[in-house]
Design a binder for this molecule. Structure first.
Ligand code: CP
Ligand code: NVA
Length: 309
């Protein structure tokens, strides 16, 4: 069975730390040696059903910098589940390349790719999770604070894919995560239960509220994301109205500790979930998160494709 990374919960807390330490090592090495050739001769297929800046660029760079080849395939190229069955695409790619990195609308598309692949499948974002983003975020938090256990993280906005991966990771790593969403936009119940089970073992706390002020009080890291994820465009008008009180702005941050960091996976919708002054302000670490996507994904590819994970 290949080592898939579909959910951050496919990893143990120890394995997450192993990825983060490897990412830090590779980040140092990259300063001196841009191409490391650890994966010379290998190839990865990137299947993207949705647009991407960060994930595509950082995966392609990570693959190239490790000496492997990247083959980028859009839905227009391969017609996943339309021109050809998902199972057949998975079986064919398994004969040529060493890993599939896939961004899909439905998480079940990823599950099906993984079911029929004899090579690792890595989630590059689905409607349910964004594990590579959360790993880069934990590396960013670790770099700021030198630890993860006991760190207080607030999520303000939609209980979405990024929130799900962060919750599960927080549970595995022992963070306190307070999640403030409008009523009806809380995280998926099964994922919440799973995160709380992990939390009970790691001394983490996963707390759900509908009050953004409550979430940011005492939280040294404050995270938000778009109110309208890819695929939800038809709900845009309703969502903009419902989420308005959840904007991360100067007024909300008056309730946060004086020293805090602002996080966002990007792309940001300036003036919606976050104001310009907060996104561009001195506490914003969003570009460090974006940079760390590269380092974490190099570590993931290296560890998975050399069988060290
Ligand atoms: N954060 C993130 O995944 O960005 P992209 O959608 O641009 O890849
Ligand atoms: N929640 C967002 C994340 C984008 C990186 C989306 O799914 O569109």
């Amino acid at each position: 069975m290949p080592r898939h990374l579909l959910s951050i919960a496919d990893l143990s807390g120890e394995e997450i730390l192993k990825i983060l330490y490897k990412a830090s090592d590779l980040k140092e090495e990259l300063k001196f040696e841009p191409c490391l050739n650890y994966l010379l001769g290998k190839s990865c297929a990137l299947i993207f059903e949705k647009p991407s800046l960060r994930t595509r660029v950082t995966f392609e760079l990570a693959i190239n910098q490790l000496g492997a080849n990247a083959i980028y395939l859009t839905q227009a190229d391969i017609g996943l589940g339309k021109r050809e069955a998902i199972s057949d695409i998975a079986r064919n790619l398994s004969r040529w390349v060493n890993a599939i990195i896939a961004r899909t609308y439905a998480h079940k598309t990823l599950l099906e790719l993984a079911q029929y692949s004899t090579i690792p499948v890595i989630n590059a974002l689905s409607d349910l999770e964004h594990p590579c983003q959360a790993l880069a975020d934990f590396l960013t938090i670790y770099e700021k604070r030198g630890r993860l256990a006991g760190i207080k993280l607030a999520w303000v906005g939609d209980g979405n894919n990024v929130c799900h991966s962060l919750m599960l990771g927080a549970g595995l790593l022992g963070l306190t995560m307070k999640i403030a969403t409008p009523k009806g936009y809380e995280p998926n119940k099964e994922i919440l239960t799973k995160a709380q089970e992990y939390a009970a073992r790691s001394n983490a706390k996963i707390i759900i509220t509908n009050d953004p002020k409550d979430a940011v009080t005492d939280s040294e890291f404050i995270y938000t994301d778009t109110w309208i994820s890819m695929g939800q465009e038809q709900e845009a008008e309703t969502r903009r109205r419902i989420f308005r009180p959840f904007q991360v702005n100067r007024e909300l941050l008056a309730y946060a500790p004086r020293t805090h960091f602002i996080m966002h996976c990007l792309p940001a919708h300036r003036g919606e979930e976050i104001t310009d002054e907060v996104l561009d302000g001195p506490n914003s670490i969003v570009l460090e998160q974006a940079e760390n996507r590269l380092h974490v994904q190099r570590a993931i590819l290296y560890l998975i494709l050399t069988g060290k994970l």
